[in-house]
Design a protein around this ligand. Sequence first.
Ligand code: 2PG
Length: 247
Amino acid sequence: MKIKKLALVRHGESIWNRENRFTGWTDVDLTAEGVEESYRAGDMLREEGLTFDMAFTSYLKRAIKSLDCILDRMNLDWIPVEKSWRLNEKHYGALQGLNKGETADRYGGELVQLWRRSYNTPPEPLTEDDPRNPRFDIRYRDVPPDDLPLSESLKDTINRLMPYWNDTIFPSLSERDNILIVAHGNSLRGIVKHLKNISDDDIAGLNLPTAIPYIFEFDSDLKVVNDYFLGNPEEIEKMMKETASVR
Ligand SMILES: O=C(O)[C@@H](CO)OP(=O)(O)O
């Protein structure tokens, strides 16, 4: 039986991860550490003996650059890469740019946690005329304006992600051996929720660390048969706790 593999990797540390700010659709770059850890993710995947014949990423440079670092270390710079806005991070609305710790001091940790991890509650939306409205960003010119968010809950993120998963990513697994997705904490949580059938409540407890490959194995009927992170489990546990907190 041929096992196919899907690797999910959250981008390396971004400048706003370092500054502890809500990021969402803001197009911030990687830090030097983010570049390094993305290269390390590529090394880990190569040392695992993995190879990919297609990759997917978002329209945001922290994911695109992390993917480039990974492919570079795997000598896979040549494989087809498809970008989609549907793999973008959850849109964090009016919270984008705010420091997470200061926001928790102002509104209370519980409310901030609701905005960050509840399934249904989106943060306050951007106003229509906010210059950060994605309608004003040329990269989204081919997206029907009504599909572009001003804020999202995880549910909203999953709803805009699933058409791309169902129509493009998942069918590509039938034709390809192994595929790679480099995206974002919350868009990847949406994919993991779907693949592992995690409940709306329990998904709050999943916090993906930056640049740690998460492997899913599929049997010939494309049913998930195994999933595991690459790397040191204690180290990963520690990174997950750090991701969960707002400091
Ligand atoms: O700010 C964001 O866009 C995300 C990912 O960094 O943060 P959180 O972990 O709070 O969902």
